[in-house]
Design a binder for this molecule. Structure first.
Ligand SMILES: Cc1cc2nc3c(=O)[nH]c(=O)nc-3n(C[C@H](O)[C@H](O)[C@H](O)COP(=O)(O)O)c2cc1C
Length: 203
């Protein structure tokens, strides 16, 4: 089947991350973002694609900070309350019935009940007429013990990362599961050694 190019995102299961920020006046804001990706291994940069009309973008410009909150499937009912338009002066933690988790390195709080939190400082904005790419540097990264496996991966069964696939009518919420196949990073290299291996063990 051939589909219209703009429907490309329907073919790509996407994470649903809640971005929490505060405004220059200290108003707390939350918005779900799915257009999000890490920028290459082993950098500590993460990129969000944002529309211009977003309190999230305004707050990041004003404060230079944001938290990427990774939610489990149990928080699917918080997506629409945080995605609906609400005026910049509305506290979206209260609006969505979510509690704040104080951050370690930045003023913007994270969200209680998520399985992981990436505290970010604005690194660079790439401004285009139709969108802005927000690149943040992760300055503190934390995962709930219950969602973490000893090998440094997340426990997909307990974390149940919240994701979506798109359809012509809207968003289907889903999660990821393990297919029990593993390859070391080194498998990509002719000598079988991952040149970045030491990064993963250093304190
Ligand atoms: C599942 C989901 C994913 C979304 N992903 C994005 C995104 O990646 N970028 C974006 O600009 N808006 C995205 N949105 C729309 C914003 O969440 C929505 O416009 C929200 O009201 C923005 O809030 P704010 O003005 O408080 O920042 C998404 C909405 C949903 C429901």
């Amino acid at each position: 089947m051939i589909i219209k190019p703009f429907k490309r995102e329907s073919l790509l299961p996407l994470p649903v991350a809640f971005i929490s920020t505060i405004s220059a006046d200290g108003v707390r804001n939350i918005a779900p973002y799915s257009c999000i990706m890490p920028v290459l291994r082993p950098l500590d940069l993460i990129c969000l694609a944002s529309a211009w009309k977003r309190d999230t973008l305004n707050n990041i410009r004003a404060t230079g900070e944001f938290v990427v909150n990774l939610a489990g499937a149990d928080l699917a009912d918080k997506v629409i309350p945080t995605a609906r338009f609400s005026p910049p002066e509305a506290d979206e933690f209260i609006l969505a019935g979510l509690s704040a988790k104080p951050s370690v390195e930045i003023k913007a709080p994270g969200i209680e009940g998520c399985y992981a939190w990436m505290e970010c400082r604005l690194w660079k904005l790439y401004e285009e007429s139709q969108f802005v790419l927000i690149v943040g540097q992760v300055v503190h990264c934390e995962v709930a013990d219950a969602a973490c496996l000893p090998d440094g991966s997340i426990n997909l069964e307990t974390a149940r990362p919240l994701m979506i696939t798109g359809s012509n009518q809207g968003m289907k919420f889903c999660t990821a599961f393990d297919i029990h196949r593993f390859e070391p990073f080194g498998a990509m290299f002719p000598n079988g050694k991952d040149p970045l291996a030491a990064k993963y063990t250093e304190e």
